[in-house]
Design a protein around this ligand. Structure first.
Ligand SMILES: Cc1cc2nc3c(=O)[nH]c(=O)nc-3n(C[C@H](O)[C@H](O)[C@H](O)COP(=O)(O)OP(=O)(O)OC[C@H]3O[C@@H](n4cnc5c(N)ncnc54)[C@H](O)[C@@H]3O)c2cc1C
Length: 284
């Protein structure tokens, strides 16, 4: 019974993840490349508590970077700090990330750092700024729902860092984040403007039509280099439309065995995904 249930849930999760292996993720990236959409491969997994697992994740990212290069796939990678050991020991995390950044740099590739729950934000931003002094091939996700993000954006823009602006996906307290949709969107617009005015090479990571339109308008005034980023399985037609308009678009492609937490976040943030879940259960 548990296996049957697991199989059904995996079928739904496949809407947002490429599969359990990096071969499947690379195949998805190649498919996206044919539509001029770039890939961002993400090995699922977070809050890792065993050192060996953080080293295994690091090794897998190194293999992926080499495979992307060998097969000439247009794709970078995105890591989660707690997958590389931030929840165990900051030094362990920085050793693992340092190895990934050095390999990516030698291959001319780029690494995004995802932002996680608020208990890690200070460490992640500080590590990012430290790494940025040595590596120009690293960017950091910043969450528009977080009240501290304006300061973080200013610090990163000042140090010529590279930001991926997203709304934020974790369940946080109202002391730390804006809770209302309108407040989050207003902060997103404000931060996006700061990035267009002072940043370069950044990413606008949203599926929200109004915010995408705002970014397009800002891009006509501030002719800076940026890209749109969206998740696999969400607004696929919009990705192509933006490419046809001449914008650079990347698709975040998660894969791996730890697909559960990621899929729950996607179901929770959009009610219609409950129907997707129900339809899969009914159709067996
Ligand atoms: C490339 C990328 C990287 C990200 N990295 C991080 C990160 O490092 N840390 C972090 O906390 N969060 C990250 N996120 C997730 C992000 O914070 C949001 O949780 C998620 O993108 C949904 O927000 P939205 O901007 O699309 O707006 P929403 O207000 O949630 O949605 C706007 C519209 O988009 C469509 N839509 C949005 N989500 C779905 C869905 N699940 N299914 C179907 N339609 C949907 C709908 O049309 C909806 O009306 C990332 C998102 C992207 C795109």
């Amino acid at each position: 019974m548990a296996t049957l249930w697991n199989g059904l849930l995996f079928r739904i999760a496949k809407h947002w993840i490429a599969g359990e292996t990096y071969e499947e993720a690379m195949a998805r990236a190649q498919q996206s490349n044919t539509r001029k959409v770039f890939g961002i491969l993400n090995l699922l997994g977070e809050e890792i508590t065993a050192q060996e697992e953080t080293i295994a994740a690091t090794t897998e990212y190194l293999e992926i970077l080499k495979a992307i290069d060998a097969r000439k796939i247009q794709s970078c990678i995105s890591i989660k700090p707690t997958q590389l050991g931030l929840g165990i020991d900051k030094r362990l995390f920085e050793d693992n990330l340092g190895r990934i950044l050095a390999t990516a740099k030698s291959l001319g590739n780029f690494v995004w750092m995802d932002m996680e729950g608020s208990e890690y934000t200070t460490d992640i931003v500080d590590s990012y700024l430290e790494f940025r002094r040595k590596f120009d091939n690293v960017g950091l996700a910043i969450q528009a729902y977080a009240k501290r993000s304006e300061d973080d954006v200013n610090r990163i823009v000042e140090s010529k860092g590279i930001i991926r602006l997203c709304k934020g996906a974790y369940n946080e307290s109202p002391q730390i984040v804006f809770k209302g949709k309108d407040q989050i969107n207003r902060n997103f617009s404000k931060l996006m403007r700061l990035m267009f005015e002072g940043g370069k090479g950044f990413a606008i990571a949203t599926h929200d039509e109004k915010l995408i339109e705002e970014a397009i308008e800002l891009s006509k005034v501030h002719r800076t280099d940026f890209e749109f980023e969206m998740l696999m399985g969400i607004r696929d037609k919009k990705k192509i439309e933006l490419v046809e308009m001449g914008y650079r678009v990347s698709e975040y492609i998660p894969f791996g065995k730890s697909w559960w937490a990621y899929s729950v976040r996607r179901i929770r943030e959009h009610k219609s995904n409950i129907f997707l879940l129900a339809r899969s259960l009914v159709s067996g």
